[in-house]
Design a protein around this ligand. Structure first.
Ligand SMILES: [Zn+2]
Length: 275
């Protein structure tokens, strides 16, 4: 028994010698060591109002669709009625909406969500934006630059108005091709042209990208990095964990008519319960 205790003391002593002594010697004096140790264990500098986890919600159309006539379109849409119920829920439950740029800047308050809308669709402007404005919310819209002004997509003027209100315009490529099928040159063009277009026409430098149809591979991610993108969003389901996830393949929480309002509330409650 005594021998075992001596062995334990020996182990602890060896650990002190191996781990602590070199650290202590590396400091010029004892005061510096103490202050360094103190800064490691002190929580004074930790902003407890900051979170590393955030649900990034993924929307497409905000419109009414007859499920029997267009089941696929129905699944890609949320009815404006449910959308308003969702925004009301976020407001009443103390959520803050932030842009992806805020994530890059490390400004993620607790109970924050990002609202993302894919494809630069016209009903974002006609149906979603008035509701967002009513609740004082922001959102990020992923624009396909070649589709601007096409039927069902926002015009240049509408996008400008969004940007003036504070909607974050982000890149969803130039032509919405499946990125993982493109060769290096074409991929570079799809990614850099879209960024330049947004920069030249709206005065924004998007650091965020949404993979068209959620498709990506190593070359796509490398090309994004080369073009200055810091954040890229997939269609993988889940809450983003900023301390653990790769920022260039962040998951999102899909919101459409299948979740309507109760499913939306349920998924946010489940996320909140895990915190
Ligand atoms: Zn898309």
């Amino acid at each position: 028994m005594i021998k075992k205790r001596n062995t334990s003391i020996g182990v602890i002593f060896s650990l002190i010698i191996v781990l602590i002594l070199p650290l202590a010697l590396s400091f010029k004096n004892r005061t510096a060591l103490l202050s360094a140790l103190n800064s490691v264990i002190s929580y004074d500098n930790v902003d407890l109002n900051v979170s590393t986890k955030i649900p990034i919600l993924m929307y497409h159309y905000v419109r009414d669709v007859d499920r029997n006539i267009d089941p696929m379109g129905w699944r890609l849409s949320i009815s404006p009625y449910y959308f308003e119920e969702q925004m009301k829920y976020l407001k009443e439950n103390g959520y803050t909406t932030i842009n992806l740029k805020d994530i890059e800047d490390g400004k993620v308050p607790k109970k924050a969500v990002v609202l993302t809308f894919d494809d630069g669709l016209e009903d974002f402007f006609t149906n979603a934006l008035p509701i967002l404005q009513k609740y004082g919310f922001t959102a990020s819209n992923a624009v396909i630059t070649d589709m601007i002004g096409n039927t069902g997509h926002m015009t240049m003027d509408q996008l400008r108005a969004c940007s003036v209100y504070g909607i974050e315009l982000i890149s969803h490529s130039k032509g919405h091709f499946s990125m993982s099928n493109l060769n290096k040159d074409r991929l570079g063009l799809e990614i850099s042209d879209a960024k330049d277009f947004l920069k030249n026409n709206f005065g924004v430098d998007p650091v965020s990208f949404v993979f068209p149809s959620g498709k990506y591979n190593k070359l796509v991610i490398k090309t994004l990095k080369e073009n200055g993108y810091k954040i890229a969003l997939t269609t993988n389901e889940g809450e983003a964990d900023l301390s653990d996830d790769d920022m260039l393949i962040l998951p999102r929480v899909r919101v459409d008519n299948r979740r309507a309002f109760l499913g939306f509330k349920k998924v946010l409650e489940e996320i909140a319960a895990r915190k």
